[in-house]
Design a protein around this ligand. Structure first.
Ligand SMILES: [Zn+2]
Length: 338
């Protein structure tokens, strides 16, 4: 790897090789006007008990996606080392400055953490966080989970997602994890091609089995979606044998794929978005998806965006105010239908 030999400048207060439960901070040095020798405190926990699977649980990759952050905080508080076999590292708010600001991206450097891997130990704050996650945390993990949701601009049917692998046995392994999580739907993307800047790509570079989620979103937490997240996280940990915990059996998950870019619907112009479909709708190719109203010239007929394929509406835009190019919807298709 090109960046081999470079070292992270971040300081981890925990010893990842020590048994027991440790909580503390990953310190990102941040010398600024109000604090000459200060650091940014990213919360982190490590629960280890002997040998076993090494698992990284992460949320807050995007700061305004709350369900995973809340679920992982609760998990830190409840988990007892005696019930663990192996090691669970929990990073609930990976892009902590973004989380603190309630934003998708960092207010410090505009960094979108999930477009920043493999990061740079000498780069901006977000680049330094990405470098640490990839080269320190993922480099010593067997399984990596990244709990996203729709954030402020989108809302999802609670989902798990993963990439296909060139190795069918590896794909089977992630499908088994999706079934264990038991979200209402799960979708498999195409295998990664070449370099990519996401956590998923970082995990693949280190041979880490990886699964993500799109839990809900709309910039909020709802009890129903939080329950999907909390039950699902416990079930995947039990499935891996790393955490002994009683959980209700997994409900069935509907296996889908997002077959290509034209399964997304984008705003054709700027204006006010009126959705013409809802999450969970089965739609047909050519069916109107939404209207964009022109409140600067309200006598003009609204522009209409249409679905270009049959499919299930799994993601919908939330805010009314919309610019040309904003994502309004995307569809999933049953795996068997492809
Ligand atoms: Zn996200």
């Amino acid at each position: 790897m090109a960046d081999e030999g470079k070292r992270s400048r971040l300081y981890l207060e925990l010893d990842l090789n020590k048994d027991g439960k440790q909580t503390g901070f990953l310190r990102v040095p941040h010398s600024v006007h109000r604090s000459a020798y200060g650091w940014i405190p990213i919360p982190i926990a490590c629960i280890k008990n002997g040998d076993g699977p090494r698992v990284l649980l992460q949320a807050g990759n995007h700061g305004d996606e709350w369900e995973g952050q809340v679920a992982l905080g609760r998990l830190i508080r409840e988990i007892e080392p005696a019930r663990v076999k192996g090691r669970i590292i929990i990073l609930p708010s990976a892009n902590f400055p973004a989380s603190l600001a309630g934003m998708r991206t960092s207010p410090i450097d505009d960094g979108n953490l999930n477009r920043t891997f493999p990061g740079d130990p000498d780069g901006t704050v977000t680049q330094q966080i990405a470098f640490f996650i990839e080269h320190v945390l993922l480099a010593q993990s067997d399984f990596g989970f990244d709990f996203h949701s729709g954030g402020s601009s989108l809302t999802y049917i609670p989902s798990t997602l993963a990439r296909r692998s060139v190795d069918p046995a590896q794909t089977e392994k992630v499908v088994a994890l999706m079934k264990a999580f038991g979200a209402p739907i799960s979708y498999l993307g195409a295998a990664l091609q070449g370099a990519d800047r996401t956590f998923t790509a970082a995990a693949h570079r280190h041979g880490v089995t990886c699964m993500g989620t799109e839990l809900g979103g709309g910039g909020q937490v709802t009890p129903a979606v939080l329950k999907v997240a909390e039950d699902g996280i416990r079930r995947i940990l039990a499935h891996l044998g790393v955490y002994r915990v009683d959980v209700p059996p997994a409900p069935p998950t509907r296996l889908l794929t997002v077959a290509g870019d034209d399964y997304y619907v984008y705003a054709p112009e700027g204006g006010v978005f009126e959705p013409l479909a809802e999450l969970g709708d089965e739609v047909k190719s050519g069916q109107p998806a939404g209207r964009i109203h022109f409140n600067d010239t309200p006598w003009r007929e609204p522009a209409v965006a249409s679905f270009r394929h049959d499919g299930l509406v799994i993601c919908k835009r939330v805010p009314g105010r919309t610019e040309r190019g904003d994502c309004l919807f995307h569809l999933g298709s049953d795996l068997a239908a492809i």
